[in-house]
Ligand binder design. Structure first.
Ligand code: ADP
Ligand code: MG
Length: 267
């Protein structure tokens, strides 16, 4: 397949590439070691626009590391990454295009990363105010829209310390939306929440995927969500993605002993 190896020269090419195979982000042969110990050994991974990929696998299998590499928080040792059909990493090196495209990637973590001394509006507007140079009025409008998207419009002026865990994570999603990401990476963002609250927060991501075509990569232990909302399940083991299949297949007909054992353990 020639599109796999092509590095795009123009935006038109990029759009065609993205359209041809639907991948908004794609990694090939991404490797990462810590202190000489390989954590990612040739990770091949992709998420399409308007698609939810759920990453599962035992603790330590490299799920967070892959998301962090895609978000630019961790440098890969080797491998290629394409974003929106453009080459952002080649042979482990960030390319020029990364500077333009990095704003399209948002990442949200488990621990609440809101500034406690600021209210919701301030949390949402501080980064885009510095980065995008938009007026206060425009930012207020954007913040209202982002909070509406996550069902938190009535909390514009609330203090973050007064919000529940689920509300804080919804604000964290809204804050990521302020930068207009096309890819949202969520690393165990509901692990500290009760199941019904977690389901609500994850439901927000399904809505964003459906209504805005955002690509989502989600690490979660919530198998009810994974089986219902994922377009694909990516099973990590020994630094490799051993299976990348629709949820029906992952849960009902796992092909590898590792995924079989994982499914049996969480059932
Ligand atoms: P998962 O998210 O699947 O639990 P991680 O990607 O967090 O796995 O971690 C994979 C392995 O890499 C673990 O053994 C972890 O200790 C190690 N690791 C991750 N980040 C670092 C780091 N910054 N420095 C050293 N070791 C790390
Ligand atoms: Mg992790």
């Amino acid at each position: 397949n020639p599109t796999l190896d092509k590095t795009s020269d123009t935006v038109t090419d990029a759009c065609t590439d993205a359209g041809l195979d639907g991948a908004f982000v794609r990694t090939r042969g991404v490797c990462k070691s810590f202190h000489g110990r390989p954590v990612l050994k040739e990770a091949d991974f992709r998420i399409g626009s308007g698609e939810i990929a759920v990453l599962i696998g035992k603790s330590g299998s490299g799920k967070s590391t892959l998301l962090r590499v895609i978000a630019g928080l961790e440098e890969p040792d080797a491998g290629d990454i394409d974003l929106a059909g453009q080459a952002v990493v080649r042979d482990g090196e960030y390319q020029e295009a990364w500077n333009e495209l990095r704003g399209q990637v948002g990442m949200i973590f488990q621990s609440y990363t809101l500034w406690p001394h600021m209210n919701v509006l301030e949390n949402l507007t501080i980064a885009p105010r510095l980065a995008l140079g938009e007026s206060k009025g425009q930012l207020l409008e954007r913040a209202e829209q982002a909070l509406t998207d996550v069902g938190m419009a009535h909390h514009l002026r609330s203090r973050c310390t007064q919000l529940s865990g689920g509300e804080r994570q919804r604000v964290a999603i809204a804050r990521a939306l302020m930068m207009r990401p096309r890819l949202l990476l969520c690393d165990e963002i509901t692990s500290a929440l009760d199941p019904p609250v977690a389901a609500e927060v994850l439901g927000v991501l399904t809505k964003l995927k459906e209504e805005d075509g955002i690509a989502c990569g989600i690490v979660t232990h919530d198998m009810a969500f994974a089986s219902k909302a994922a377009d694909r399940i990516c099973f990590f083991e020994d630094g490799l993605i051993k299976e990348d299949v629709p949820p029906e297949q992952a849960f009902n007909d796992p092909q590898t002993p590792g995924l079989q054992a994982f499914i049996d353990a969480v059932r």
